[in-house]
Design a protein. Structure first.
Length: 394
């Protein structure tokens, strides 16, 4: 149901050092690029765009066309993954130097799933040989080897999170790796309705064991959230703490609920505090909260939405305090926006989802205000989510 964005950027220093300078004249140069999932306006198909992160922001569009539009991308350093969600249930690995042919295509289903669709919702890379695959349609999170040379060796283990919902499917939707731990947001829906508060499970990466963060509270090990329908997790630069964005979800008739907002998780105390509330059904000044990105310890952004089409506004806020209200970014009020990401240079990338001119806008920040580094880079199809990779220049 959700278009997800968690920005995992893996740029190993040893890789950059090995390929920059020195006496090896045969070593390739490297450059940062964005990889973007896109979809057709009628949701009939999808594809990938690659855009250089330096001016003139050269784009390659309509790569690796897919018959599914329900896709997202995740970075793996100098390669990337395309994850196909409900009905396809696959992970595809691509080399940036050959973006038209996948290195592999592996299923996210196994024999125990039966007819249930796993519907993968996030992929969190820990190392070349370890990652966590969240499966929205299952109660079991997979531990996988992203470098596996066969489908039989792709899945290496699983973690059972079925206790978080009575139907055994807690709708694990997004995650983040932080300070040796994996944090997994769960929506806990009932027939698509957000009737319960969300939760965040905490996994020890070294042991793959779930950590009991509140042993005296309701029998569940995770961190209870004061919001419903969490959709995104981001780290706060300069600390181990996390922001959770929740859109509030829908009721049983698919009417928007205003039970969301932005929550700050103190990872040392395993506590969750509501930073910004989205209001209620009568008063909701920002609309519902749609996506989030953090740039510095005191500068972050979220998208507030009042509906489909040109109904989104970009807001800037201080991720360390709720004392000052979010500020609407001039020129980005009542426009068509989808998701946010921050590139390695600290610039903010926005997906522009208007059907007439889909693409990417890039913002910088100078003298206390946003400046436009690139007004619109065409992606041909409607962009969904963005991540960043290091591409070899051969």
């Amino acid at each position: 149901m959700k278009t997800l964005k968690t920005c995992l950027l893996l740029l190993p220093a040893v890789l950059l050092a090995a390929c920059d300078g020195g006496s090896n004249n045969d070593a390739p140069n490297f450059t940062d690029s964005a990889v973007i999932s896109t979809r057709a306006p009628d949701y009939s198909s999808g594809a990938i765009s690659l855009i250089a992160t330096a001016a003139p922001f050269t784009a390659q569009n309509s790569l690796a066309p897919s018959d599914s539009s329900d896709i997202f991308v995740r970075s793996g350093g100098d390669h990337y993954f395309v994850v196909k969600r409900f009905g396809t249930d696959q992970v595809l690995r691509y080399s940036a130097s050959n973006p038209t042919t996948p290195v592999y295509t592996y299923s996210t289903q196994d024999a125990t799933d039966g007819a249930t669709r796993s519907n993968p919702s996030d992929l969190l890379i820990v190392s070349d040989t370890k990652a966590y695959l969240l499966r929205y349609g299952s109660g079991k999170l997979w531990i996988v080897n992203p470098s596996a040379t066969s489908e039989a060796t792709f899945k290496t283990g699983e973690i059972d999170l079925s206790a978080y919902d009575v139907d055994g499917v807690p709708e694990m939707t997004a995650g983040i790796v932080r300070n040796g731990r994996l944090y997994v947001a769960m929506q806990r829906l009932e027939r698509f309705a957000a009737v319960k508060a969300g939760y965040v499970a905490v996994i020890d990466i070294a042991t793959n064991a779930e950590i009991d963060t509140a042993p005296t509270v309701d029998g569940l090990k995770g961190i209870a959230l004061p919001v419903r329908d969490p959709v995104s997790l981001v780290g706060i630069p300069g600390s181990n703490n996390i922001l959770v964005l929740a859109d509030g979800g829908y009721d049983g008739t698919f009417t928007q609920l205003y039970e969301g907002g932005i929550v700050r998780i103190d990872t040392a105390a395993n506590s969750a505090t509501l930073t910004f509330d989205d209001g209620d059904s009568t008063t909701h000044p920002f609309g519902y909260f749609a996506d989030i990105a953090t740039v510095t310890a005191d500068r972050a952004y979220f998208i507030g939405s009042t509906g489909f089409g040109a109904a989104q506004t970009l807001y800037r806020f201080n991720s360390n305090t709720s004392a000052s209200a979010p500020v609407a970014v001039s020129g980005f009020e009542g426009v068509s926006l989808g998701s946010l990401a921050v590139d390695p240079n600290g610039k903010l990338w926005l997906t522009r989802t208007g059907s007439a001119a889909p693409g990417i806008t890039i913002l910088d920040f100078v003298s206390g205000a946003e400046t436009v580094a690139a007004p619109l880079i065409s992606t041909v199809l409607t962009p969904i989510n963005i991540d960043f990779i290091t591409v070899p220049v051969l």
